[in-house]
Design a protein around this ligand. Structure first.
Ligand code: F6P
Length: 417
């Protein structure tokens, strides 16, 4: 890239390890004497010229960032319209970049962010503004094309598999006189990766989870109830893992079929209480359910060591790509062997990832449609492997860092959206 500053921005839902990527970006850039500015609240911070100068943070704070969950600079859900529809935001971004001598842009997000980074790289070229745009992957949904997995996913997957195994022991202990069915809801939107990871909690048809409901398969209520009933009769209890994105035969999300949030808006999430209600009403047994929601994507205390290594590696590689002028690529994870697990980072064209969604492959789903295969286990095992707990203080609580986040002075008029 042309000499100047790097801008780093976080985008979309944050993860347990996205800050590790940020830490690696800052650390790598410092070793090349390049300043990293961070956008406050993702791309919105770039549009609003709300930039943070990370050079005020001590080396110890940046090290601690690597074990702190959340998104240290703030993230956002904000989709830029296509430049053919509204060119103004792209022109504004170039103006902000020019004003702050930014010639490298690292966008840490999912498929929407890959699309934005790609569009921005094209507009910058049209303007003749020297800018290298590099995507950095993250999402607990694990739904990015090309990359073998997405940083953030493995830690959420580990939380899911471990929680399901532990909760199943609880249910088993009480089932004779109390709860017979437990329903766990996994995030993941339209892709069943997180729900599938729950399958790592047990082996064989009698171990939990007994039933996984994938968003890739149409939900059939009659079949579901028959299976639950049979499992309760055989095992004594039944643990169900349902993806938040499960749809009925009409193509609508189950959670939308009557579930509303506190504002009265239909929201993705709420499949577990919905299913629990059906089981209670139709089978007349005691049910418990849980929606771990943000707990699964922020659970840094149970992070996977593999995930942490991936998160650090994509950050480091992204800086190297930017400095080498490798424009419009993403730093992706390439698996070269399952056992022993081997992987490397490689650049992939943003165009191959932008706006695409990778679903759970059919050969990862057991023949009966409600469990995982040996191939899925081979994929998940190395991702879940290894512990990377944060340091704990004398109060028994994890020691997370709060950065100074010192703002850079503004040079431009305020942004009018
Ligand atoms: O980031 C992905 C994700 O965690 C999805 O699994 C989930 O559906 C969604 O984010 C929740 O998003 P939000 O926090 O914006 O409601």
């Amino acid at each position: 890239m042309a000499r100047g500053n790097l801008l780093y921005a976080q985008s979309g839902g944050v993860t347990a390890v996205i800050n590790a990527t940020a830490a690696a970006v800052i650390h790598a850039a410092r070793s090349h004497h390049v300043k990293v500015l961070a956008a406050r609240n993702g791309i919105l911070g770039a549009l609003r010229e709300e930039l943070i100068d990370t050079s005020h943070e001590s080396a110890a704070s940046i090290r601690a960032l690597a074990h702190t969950p959340g998104g240290a600079f703030g993230s956002c859900r904000y989709k830029l319209k296509a430049p053919e529809v509204d060119r103004a935001p792209y022109e504004r971004l170039i103006a902000v970049f020019r004003a702050h001598d930014i010639h490298g842009f690292l966008y840490n997000g999912g498929n929407d962010s890959a699309d934005t980074a790609l569009k921005l790289s094209k507009i910058a070229a049209e303007f003749g503004y020297p800018l290298t745009c590099v995507g950095v992957p993250k999402t607990v949904d694990n739904d990015l094309e090309v990359t073998d997995c997405c940083p953030g996913f493995a830690s959420a997957a580990k939380y899911t598999a471990v929680s399901v195994r532990e909760a199943a022991l609880d249910v088993a202990a009480m089932a004779d006189t109390s709860t017979k069915v437990f329903v766990y809801e996994a995030m993941g939107r339209h892709a069943g990766w997180l729900a599938a990871a729950a399958g790592m909690a047990g082996h064989g048809p009698d171990q939990a989870p007994h039933l996984i409901l994938f968003p890739e398969r149409v939900f059939d209520e009659t079949d579901f109830l028959a299976r639950v009933q049979a499992i309760v009769a055989r095992v004594g209890y039944c643990v169900v893992v349902a993806s938040e994105g499960v749809r009925g035969p009409d193509g609508r999300f189950l959670a939308e079929a009557g579930t509303v949030d506190s504002f009265g808006h239909a929201q993705l999430g709420g499949v577990a209480p919905h299913l629990a209600q059906i089981v209670k009403e139709k089978l007349g047994v005691k049910v418990h359910w849980t929606v771990p929601d943000y707990l699964q994507r922020s659970a840094r205390h149970i992070a996977s060591a593999t995930d942490l290594k991936h998160a650090l590696a994509v950050g480091r590689a992204a800086v190297n790509y930017a400095l080498a002028g490798r424009n419009a690529v993403m730093a992706v994870i390439v698996r070269t062997a399952d056992s022993p697990y081997r992987w490397k980072i490689a650049p992939a064209p943003l165009a191959d990832l932008a706006n695409r969604e990778k679903k759970l492959p059919a050969h990862f789903v057991r023949e009966d449609g409600h469990g995982i295969t040996a191939a899925a286990r081979r994929y998940f095992a190395p991702l879940l492997r290894g512990q990377a707990p944060p340091p704990y203080g004398r109060d028994g609580m994890p020691r997370y860092v709060a950065l100074k986040n010192r703002p850079v002075g503004k040079c431009l008029p305020a942004w009018q959206a």
